[in-house]
Design a protein around this ligand. Sequence first.
Ligand SMILES: NC(=O)c1ccc[n+]([C@@H]2O[C@H](COP(=O)([O-])OP(=O)(O)OC[C@H]3O[C@@H](n4cnc5c(N)ncnc54)[C@H](O)[C@@H]3O)[C@@H](O)[C@H]2O)c1
Length: 328
Amino acid sequence: MEMLVVGEADIRRSVDLEEAISTVEEGFTHLAAGEVNLPPVMSLELPERRGELHVKGAHIADASSFVVKLATGFYDNPLIGLPSGGGMMLVFSARTGFPEALLLDNGYLTDLRTAAAGAIAAKYLAKQELSTVGVVGAGAQGRYQVMALAKVRRFEKLLAYDIDRERLERYVKEMPETIGVNCQAVESVQKVVTESDLLVTATPATEPYVRARWVHPGLHITAMGSDSPDKQELASEVLARADLLVCDLRVQCFERGELHHGLREGTIAEEDEIVELGELTSGRHPGRTDDSQVTICDLTGVGVQDAGIATLAYEKALQSGLGSSLEL
Ligand SMILES: NC(=O)c1ccc[n+]([C@@H]2O[C@H](COP(=O)([O-])OP(=O)(O)OC[C@H]3O[C@@H](n4cnc5c(N)ncnc54)[C@H](O)[C@@H]3O)[C@@H](O)[C@H]2O)c1
C-alpha cells in the first residue's frame, strides 16, 4: 500500500484561491443539508509560548475519502522570521481507513480555505458596490482575506491597521501590487472601521478593539481572527448592532469566536436569528437584502472547509503527478 506525500511548493503551484472558494462553498452547502460527518474541534493551547494547535476534520456526504487537519498558530514566530501559521493535512480512504495522502502544506491550505470562507461571507453579505475595504491585522490572513475578497467584489481603496508598525508598512507596500488597489496605513482601528464599507478583522487579539459606536449603516464585518475561546476582536455590543448575524457553524461559534463572547456577556442569545454560511450558499437565506443593513459574520473555521480543500489538493496532485509515494 502506498501514500502520496506532497510538499508545500507543489501544493502552492496546484491549488488556487478561485478553486478554493467554489470548493469551500460546496462544502458549506453540504453542511447545511446535513450531509457532513463533523467531529468537534480538538485544541491544544500553549499560552506561555503564544502557541496553539487545532485539529479539525470531516467526511463529506459519500466522498471516497475523509480528512484530518492539524493547524498550528505560534504568534511570536514572525520575531524569528517564520510565519505564525503551520500544519499539515491527512487524507484517508473512507473505504479502508488507510491514509492516502499527507499534504505538508505548512498552513497554506488553511489560509486558502479561511480566505475562501471570508469571500463567501462577502459574496452574500457585503453591499454590491464597495468603495473602501478595511483590514485590521496585516499578517497572513490580512493578505489572503483581501485577495479572496477581490475575487467576489471590486473596491477602490484598502485601509489597514496593525499594532506592529513594521508589518503594517510592509503590508501597504505589498498589497497594491498583489491586488492592484491603492492601500493606505491608518493610525487607528476607529478610522478603519468608520471609513470602510467592509471590514475584516484578522488578528489573534484577546482584548476586543472594535467598538459598537463606530459601526455605521451598510457596514459588513467579517471577524475571522477569533477561533479560540480566549480570542476576541469585536466588543460584544458590536454583535447587537447587526441587522443580520451570520457565522460558519453555530455550535462551534457558541464555544469559541465572537458569538461565544456575545452569549457570555448577554448582548446576544442562542434563540436570536443567527444564520449559518451554508444557509446562504444553499439559497435558504437571501443574505443582505438592503444596502443600509449592518451584517456581521463570525468565522471560526470548520472541518468541512479542510475536508474540501485537502481533497481538492490531493486530486490536483494526482492529476499533475506531483509528490512522491511512500510505501506503507
Ligand atoms: N477563522 C478561521 O478559520 C481561522 C483560520 C486561520 C487563522 N485564524 C486566526 O486568524 C488570526 C490571524 O492569523 P494570521 O495567520 O493572519 O496571523 P499573523 O501572525 O500572520 O497576523 C496577525 C497580525 O495581527 C497583528 N495584531 C495582533 N494583535 C493586534 C491588535 N490587537 N490590533 C491590531 N493588530 C494586531 C499582528 O501584529 C500581526 O501582524 C489568528 O488568531 C488565527 O488563529 C482563523
